[in-house]
Design a protein around this ligand. Sequence first.
Ligand code: MG
Length: 339
Amino acid sequence: MSTDTILLDAGSGGRASQRLISQCFLRHFDNPMLAVMDDAATLDMAGPIAMSTDSYTVTPLFFPGGSIGTLAVHGTVNDVAMMGARPRYITCACIIEEGLPVDTLERVVADMAAAARTAGVQVVTGDTKVVPRGCCDKMFINTTGIGSIMARPAPSGHRACSGDAVLVSGSMGDHGLTIMGCREGLTFDSAITSDSAPLNHMVAALVEEIGDIHVLRDPTRGGLATTLNEIAQQSGVVVELEETSIPVHAGVKNGCSFLGLDPLYLANEGKLICIVPEACAARALEIMRASPYGRDAARVGTVHAAGQHGRPGQVLLKTPIGGKRLLSMLEGAQLPRIC
Ligand code: MG
């Protein structure tokens, strides 16, 4: 194992930079488009194209079920996929704190490369900067992804309609509670791991078979409750959820009650919300359950027109005893640097 650390001159653009780029990034991301090493990648794509960017600052860098590297690929791949698109290319820009062990960077880049291979995307351009000790915490990553939109019309938060079924691809809160547990030094009864996963293959299957998917969105920061509030507001509708039908792992439920948290507000990094016409709901669930990342997919609610059910933009939770609770948007940050 190497005991080397990243020095400031590795971000200088000179020989030390070149060494780091070829020995670490080019070696792991090995692909002909990146290997050209011009100032920009040349892409050959027909439109319409979806593009998304995100920065990753999670602490700790490694956690059960993933790392900052898996998140940096999955997060951006999933955001592009949520437009009913097939993600194809991503970028990788790293800001590294002087003194980071070379082995740590290697592990992160290897995780990114493995995640990109599984998702079927190529890292085609990137950038590396090294900042003096204390100017950032270990490392931050920015990725931008682009992909071809397959769905016509593309899914959008504005397209939820009265009568639509609200589906989720699996259990809620796994990522958020995992990070919280790492940070607090807690060990839970049952093993809780992040759900960090690429959803693009599941989305491709949904688009191909279902066709007109009204809304696709990944409930990351703010969780299911906040994401559904955004959709209800964009579409001017009411979303009604059945509390008992929302999948939450027993370990997450227990951990949440111990910490005083609500799993419906915790971040997910490998789950999607899919809103489709009622007639397509059963088939969409089958497709999701056929994916390794969608085995616990469930129908969790229904979209209603505003009026007798509630005001436009409201999300209501039907409790097991028959009551209804208003689920508002997350106020402030439940936990910073979760992704
Ligand atoms: Mg998203």
